[in-house]
Write a protein that binds this ligand. Structure first.
Ligand SMILES: [Zn+2]
Length: 91
């Protein structure tokens, strides 16, 4: 599971892109962290990178096919001041 220490760098989103499944070899639509839906393995990809091929790791039959989902989007735009540019975490 992805972890963080300072929640001010993360904010929740309801964007549909977090629901999209990426198949092995597909082009990553965004820079960020992706999790395999079968085994929860996590990887970091840059926008435009190829998602790892089918033989990246092994799944038992019960885990299904390897599919990746964006779990953390990395916003690469510059921020003037981090504390004022990012919304506060909703906890
Ligand atoms: Zn997996």
């Amino acid at each position: 599971m992805a972890m963080y220490k300072d929640g001010s760098y993360l904010s929740p989103s309801t964007c549909d892109v977090f629901e999209e499944e990426q198949l092995p070899g597909a082009e990553a639509p965004f820079t960020g962290l992706y999790a395999c839906l079968g085994c929860n393995q996590e990887i970091a990809l840059n926008e435009g990178d190829r998602v790892p091929p089918q033989n990246h790791h092994y799944h038992h039959a019960s885990q299904g096919a390897i599919r990746w989902k964006l779990i953390v989007y990395a916003d690469h735009r510059a921020k003037a001041a981090l504390s004022s540019a990012l919304p506060a975490a909703n906890f």
